[in-house]
Design a protein around this ligand. Structure first.
Ligand SMILES: Cc1cc2nc3c(=O)[nH]c(=O)nc-3n(C[C@H](O)[C@H](O)[C@H](O)COP(=O)(O)OP(=O)(O)OC[C@H]3O[C@@H](n4cnc5c(N)ncnc54)[C@H](O)[C@@H]3O)c2cc1C
Length: 475
């Protein structure tokens, strides 16, 4: 790594890059450093102090908002610390540097019959970034979060010291989930799940309304390995909450061929004709209220008439990482990008709150273009987003003109979520206010502030989100 000498304290101009949240609506110029060793991380801590700048930690930049960006700070990007420190194909236990991705995990494990226990809807997050947010998968209701399935982590604090943390230590539950604000996760040890086939058995059911949505999840929760449902956010009246539910199960029979990457790799062309890399260009002209209303209705109809209430098989990768099918799909939202707004609501209130959220977006003529429902269970991590209930993730297009209205709309929806005892997810946040963050985090925010004073007393680590939410201002 090229670091400036003590005689030349200005940061090198060639390190300046524009970095963005995944939704591209939050952008910042930063000095980007990509360490490859622990000593290089320590050197960047020292450099930040010398030049008087903060540091924002960054993985693959898959958080939608401003959690992994910060204007004019040093961005410490871990994508080049990506070695497996150990891997045992007999036990499925891996020890990884923080830049190892979910994709690296499944490519390494699956040929030996091991699949990551928890994966997000995209395979590109790094383990460091995924643990800092404590990601969940479509099996959250059964398996908990990624953090619930980790054996050990190393946390490097800004004094350069490395602590090994295990699930019997309180700091383990704070380091995981605290959005990179207490220290750097430098090593992750986890076990994978034994699988016999690279395919899943998948059940699809077209659903007419909100009642049917919640009923479908509750009915299958006993035995499904994974569950997820798509909601047409343009549905109203009797069609409010309509959508397409999927449940999936691992297959018990040995099928070694299906474990190989060539069986899993997503096809280069959609319907064997359109190159995947070009699909976002086709989506772009449809990426407005009318186009999306039509596309959502078409998806609802096709779910109703094709494969409804039937089983099919699908590869683990195709089922788990559907959104990775279309590279650069987010470009359809250019020039101003989009936000994802995901709220978590206790199960008794979920139907009421989510139905009302959609009504509010329709009244405002700002319907989300995509809505995804999942079932969750609580966990004991400090800044946990999960609870005994449901989450609803909504993709909203952003434009310079509508941004203030969209923020106000989300903030009105936040009030309902808080009133129901619900929670928010920092990986998907771009619109929380300091008051809303304080309201849902409660005493856990005080604990975070105390830990910050102990582990990072100078406040070296920050992010655009931590500043926006004034997380440490009342400390
Ligand atoms: C298409 C798509 C689908 C998604 N689906 C899901 C889903 O199903 N479930 C879910 O839970 N999430 C989902 N996400 C969100 C994503 O999993 C999280 O945002 C995850 O944190 C991204 O990891 P990353 O490596 O990109 O980290 P970044 O986004 O770069 O950073 C995330 C946070 O981690 C901190 N950080 C980064 N590296 C480290 C480190 N080594 N040590 C300490 N802190 C660090 C950063 O400061 C930041 O606060 C999805 C995102 C996308 C784009």
């Amino acid at each position: 790594m090229d670091l400036p000498t003590p005689q030349h304290l200005a940061l090198p101009g060639d390190k300046i890059r524009e970095i963005t949240g995944f939704g591209m609506s939050f952008r910042a110029d930063s000095y980007v450093f990509q360490p490859t060793t622990l000593d290089e991380v320590r050197e960047v801590f020292a450099l930040a102090r010398q030049v008087g700048r903060n540091i924002v930690l960054r993985g693959a930049g898959r958080s939608y908002g401003d959690a992994a960006i910060d204007a004019e700070s040093i961005a410490l990007d871990f994508t080049q610390m990506k070695r497996f420190l150990s891997w045992d194909p007999e036990t499925g236990i891996a020890e990884c540097e923080p830049g190892v991705t979910i994709e690296d995990l499944w490519r390494t494990g699956l040929p030996h019959g091991w699949w990551p226990k928890v994966v997000s809807g995209t395979m590109f997050p790094t383990l460091g970034g995924a643990l800092a947010m404590n990601i969940h998968g479509k099996n959250n209701f059964r398996m908990g979060t990624l953090g619930d399935n980790v054996l050990e982590i190393d946390l490097m604090t800004v004094d350069g010291k490395v602590r090994t943390l295990t699930p019997d230590q309180e700091l383990f539950y704070a380091a995981i989930s605290s959005a990179g604000l207490l220290g750097v996760i430098t090593r992750v040890k986890l076990g994978m799940k034994k699988v016999h086939s690279g395919d899943l058995k998948v059940y699809a059911e077209s659903l007419p309304n909100w009642d049917a949505q919640i009923e479908a999840f509750e009915k299958r929760a006993e035995n499904a390995d994974y569950m997820v449902s798509w909601v047409d956010c343009f549905g109203s009246g009797a069609g409010a909450g309509r959508g397409l539910f999927h449940a999936a199960w691992h297959l018990p029979d040995e099928d070694s061929e299906s474990l190989l990457p060539f069986h899993q790799d997503l096809p280069e062309k959609i319907a064997k004709v359109v190159p995947k890399s070009q699909v976002w260009r086709i989506l772009k002209p449809l990426n407005n209220r009318f186009g999306m209303k039509w596309l959502n209705a078409a998806k609802h109809l096709s779910g109703k008439f094709v494969g409804n209430r039937k089983m099919h098989t699908q590869s683990l990768v195709a089922f788990s990482f559907l959104l990775d099918y279309v590279p650069n799909w987010r470009n359809a939202y250019l020039p101003d990008g989009f936000i994802q707004y995901q709220t978590f609501v206790p199960k008794e209130a979920a139907k009421r709150v989510f139905a009302k959220q959609i009504e509010m977006t329709q009244e405002a003529k700002m319907e989300p273009f995509l809505g995804v429902l999942k079932k969750h269970k609580p966990d004991r991590f400090l800044l946990s987003h999960s609870l005994d209930g449901y989450s609803f993730a909504l993709d909203f297009k952003v434009s310079e003109e509508t941004w203030p209205r969209l923020q106000r709309l989300c903030q009105r929806m936040n009030e309902m979520v808080i009133e129901s005892g619900g929670r928010f997810y920092l990986a998907k946040d771009g619109t929380l206010t300091p008051e809303h963050a304080q309201a849902y985090l409660g005493e856990n925010l005080t604990t975070l502030q105390l830990l910050k004073k102990e582990l990072d007393p100078e406040g070296l680590l920050t992010s655009g989100q931590a500043r926006r939410l004034k997380l440490f201002e009342s400390a």
